[in-house]
Design a binder for this molecule. Structure first.
Ligand SMILES: C[S@@+](CC[C@H](N)C(=O)[O-])C[C@H]1O[C@@H](n2cnc3c(N)ncnc32)[C@H](O)[C@@H]1O
Length: 268
């Protein structure tokens, strides 16, 4: 556990945390040790076989492309799709692999043939999309019969951040759920949504990711930025925000968030 005792407490929010989203945010978030437990389970549950065509939907900067590429053998292929061209450029710089294709695209309207994909990997993309049901219909369309989709998504109502004033944690969580993440409840909604999309639910495993290092957690949560927005939206007063961040910057820290690792299959 990293102690943050050397971080200077301040009345101004915030000296310890990032105040603007850093450009390499996704890469750093993907590399955070806290996330590795659910990611390794998710890739295992995807059950990739040699020769498979795998789609990484919302691949971002490509943190998961390495494990996917190492599972497909010499005859398989991986397609990384994301709306964010800048993130894809970062992914592109990391891999020179003829089995990999990276393409800018929208999960709601994939430029892929029907029945062309064996496995679809979706890691924290559904929480952001405009229409989750449309995306799941697209996933079903591109999957071959018997193919599998693996979705790893949080339910942000499970966000717990320890603070001596629990009301501040609650206000912050309510702001994140209500105003920050578009589909904040998606993790626990997936079992219903995949079955409504005519996919067979195979398994759901909640994995709770814990953070004991505030700076590590800040890479995912962006405490200063989100707190600033919470003040503007009236969820916290400036004084409360100062006390909230002041404690988070202190010597001990604990937060957790549950990610639902959900596997579903297209009938074969
Ligand atoms: C939290 S990031 C996760 C990235 C990556 N899957 C990972 O685990 O590191 C969510 C990603 O979804 C992408 N995304 C959001 N909406 C999308 C859409 N409609 N179509 C494709 N990608 C989308 C974002 O650009 C972003 O890269």
């Amino acid at each position: 556990m990293t102690k943050n005792r050397n971080l200077k407490l301040s009345n101004r929010p915030s000296q310890a945390f990032e105040t603007r989203r850093p450009s390499d945010y996704l890469l750093r978030a993907a590399g955070s040790t806290a996330g590795q437990a659910y990611k390794s389970l998710a890739i295992e549950r995807l059950g990739i076989e040699e020769g498979d065509a795998v789609l990484d939907l919302g691949c971002g900067t490509g943190g998961d492309l390495g494990p996917l590429l190492s599972s497909i053998g010499s005859t398989g292929s991986v397609i990384g799709v994301d709306v964010d061209a800048t993130a894809l450029e970062v992914a592109h710089e990391q891999y020179a692999d003829p089995r990999l294709r990276l393409t800018v695209g929208d999960a709601h309207a994939l430029e892929l043939d029907s029945f062309s994909i064996d496995r679809v990997y979706v890691d924290r993309t559904m929480q952001h999309v405009a229409a989750a049901t449309t995306v799941l219909d697209e996933v079903r369309r591109v999957l071959r019969p018997g193919g599998r989709v693996l979705l790893a998504e949080p339910d942000w109502r499970t966000l717990l951040i320890d603070h001596p004033e629990p009301d501040l944690s609650e206000a912050y969580r309510q702001f994140v759920v209500g105003q920050v993440i578009r589909n904040a409840r998606i993790g626990s909604e997936l079992p219903r949504l995949v079955q409504n999309a005519d996919l067979e639910l195979e398994s759901v495993s909640p994995v709770t990711v814990t953070y004991t290092d505030a700076i590590d957690a800040d890479r995912i949560f962006g405490f200063a930025r989100v707190t600033h927005r919470a003040v503007k939206a009236g969820y916290l007063t400036p004084d409360q925000a100062s006390r909230w961040l002041g404690h988070l910057e202190g010597p001990v820290f604990f937060a957790s968030l549950t990610i639902f690792v959900t596997a579903a299959r297209k009938a074969g």
